[in-house]
Design a protein around this ligand. Sequence first.
Ligand SMILES: [Zn+2]
Length: 179
Amino acid sequence: MLLGAHVSTSGGIDKAIDRIESIGGDAVQVFSQSPRAWRPTDHKPEAVERFKERRAEAGVGSVVCHATYLINLGATDDVIYHKSVNALKETMETAHAIGSEGVVFHLGSHLGRGFDQAMHQVIPALQVVLGERDRHSLDPWLLIENAAGHEGTRTSARARSASAWPPSSDARGCRSSPR
Ligand SMILES: [Zn+2]
């Protein structure tokens, strides 16, 4: 069993490995960019290489990137919706670059319209992100974090997560995160 924690990337993304090693973890989650901004962090190539080297040295078995909190695939504002899809694509690319196995994100809120209404835009968004993943041969899984269901958040139940999967080959590599 792997046991780990979410740690800071302050000082460079490779520092996350130092931090998880120092507390004896063999799995780690990081924000690959600011969790409260849209703009992806431009990681220095040396830091990315160092991250992978240090991960191997430290024997870290799993790395997951948490995407920005701003993502809302249920957004009624088109600008927010498209930014959300782009942020997910960018996080998948960064995660791939550092050798991460997964990108975890929050679907967002249906903003009072109801779960079924929002699914009409959530499913195409997932199809776009997973399509890009396949097109660019990216490795990370796309992981949807469960929410408690407050204020219109989705995936408050495993059954709902399951119903979100597009019934196509694009769904490869998509799974719900464990509770
Ligand atoms: Zn989260």
